[in-house]
Ligand binder design. Structure first.
Ligand SMILES: Cc1ncc(COP(=O)(O)O)c(C=O)c1O
Length: 367
């Protein structure tokens, strides 16, 4: 079985990070409770890292350290939303987003962009979805699941639109360093500085430093909102594990070597997978410019006969591929857009080639 489902880099956490954590285990101060908002040293390092990487300047008091980017997403919505508030959710979206919004009492309002625009939504689409109840726009570039990266002008145009209408922006920048073809992941409140008072930036060490299991993320935002989110976190779970925070500190204070190494490996695999997928009849695959996912449309294959079956949707087609080709892909239904598959290319290149070749051979039987 070859799996294309992985949402994490297939590289180990750098040694110096592991060593910092090992040393932290033996330090008495890490054995007790610490400030709910995060270790002061870490919050300072995160402020410096953010200025270095995206150009956004903030004070450590504007940062809350969370249990991974995932908790940052939920806490952001729990803090911002009143029951019934609407959140514009750009689809294809990361599976956790609508669940977090709903759990926090909000209403996700889906705005869908397809392969014809490289999965990039426009201001016109956002404006068409805006109502009296629109409270937040959730933005994620580079995107999971499509790998799309919004160009500078479009980030700025969307930011200006949000500013004009008093809409909060929650911008998830967790894939900021995984970009290819010379593109840059732009930070919305850097391009539209006036927006900073109504923006929460979400980030984490998981993807940049291959640290998914350490569970460290953060929220950056206006002081009053971060204070409320910190209070919420203090009652929900208290501080993030101190050893993990020490590991994150070593990571963000250290070099970006690992992400550069990963980026090179991912880039080679990205080119390979796009070219292999594009050669399959009925499959259309825009070239992703970020993250480690390809998101081809397979609409051209749906409804056709393959090995005596006629899969009508991508859940059924993914099931057929799993049984007949022993390859696991994630159907677009998980991301709010049936008709697509997400292929993660966080796997060895030989497996990638073998897996996509098997899928291609099976789909080529469609008639
Ligand atoms: C877009 C996006 N944001 C946030 C996260 C959260 O990552 P973590 O909770 O591991 O920090 C993920 C993980 O898959 C993601 O894809």
């Amino acid at each position: 079985m070859i799996g294309f489902g992985a949402g994490q880099p297939d590289f180990p956490t750098p040694d110096y990070v592991v060593e910092a954590a090992a040393a932290a285990v033996h330090e008495r101060t890490n054995h007790g409770y610490t400030a709910a908002g995060g270790l002061p040293e870490l919050r300072e390092a995160l402020a410096a890292k953010t200025l270095r990487d995206s150009g956004f300047a903030c004070d450590p008091s504007q940062i809350l350290v969370t249990n991974g980017g995932k908790q940052a997403v939920y806490s952001a919505f729990a803090t911002l939303l009143d029951p019934g508030d609407e959140v514009l959710l750009l689809a294809p979206y990361w599976t956790t987003y609508p669940e977090s919004i709903t759990l926090a009492g909000g209403v996700p309002v889906q705005v869908t962009a397809d392969e014809s625009t490289g999965y990039l939504a426009t201001v016109e689409q956002l404006e068409a979805a805006r109502t009296e109840r629109t409270k937040v726009l959730l933005f994620n570039s580079p995107s999971n699941p499509t790998g799309a990266v919004y160009p500078r002008e479009q980030v700025e145009a969307i930011g200006r639109w949000a500013l004009e209408h008093g809409i909060w922006v929650v911008t998830d920048e967790i894939y900021e360093h995984l970009v290819y073809d010379g593109v840059k992941a732009e930070s919305m409140p850097v391009l539209v500085p006036e927006l900073a008072d109504q923006t929460l930036i979400l980030n984490g060490v998981a993807k940049t430093y291959s640290m998914t299991g350490w569970r460290v993320g953060w929220i950056i935002g206006p002081q009053d909102v971060v204070k409320a989110a910190t209070s919420f976190q203090s009652h929900m779970c208290g501080n993030v594990a101190n050893v993990s925070q020490r590991a994150a500190l070593a990571a963000v204070e250290g070099p970006l070597d690992i992400v550069h190494t990963m980026r090179e490996a991912f880039d080679a695999r990205r080119k390979r997978i796009v070219s292999l997928l594009s050669g399959i009849p009925g499959v259309e695959c825009p070239t992703p410019q970020g993250a480690f996912y390809a998101y081809p449309s397979v609409k051209g294959v749906l409804g056709k006969e393959i090995r005596g079956e006629r899969p009508a949707d991508t859940v059924a087609l993914a099931d057929l591929i799993l049984r007949e080709a022993e390859v696991a892909v994630v159907p677009g239904e998980a991301f709010g857009t049936p008709g697509y598959f997400r292929f993660s290319y966080a796997l060895a290149e030989a497996d990638l080639v073998e897996g996509v070749t098997r899928v291609g051979n099976l789909l080529s039987e469609a008639k």
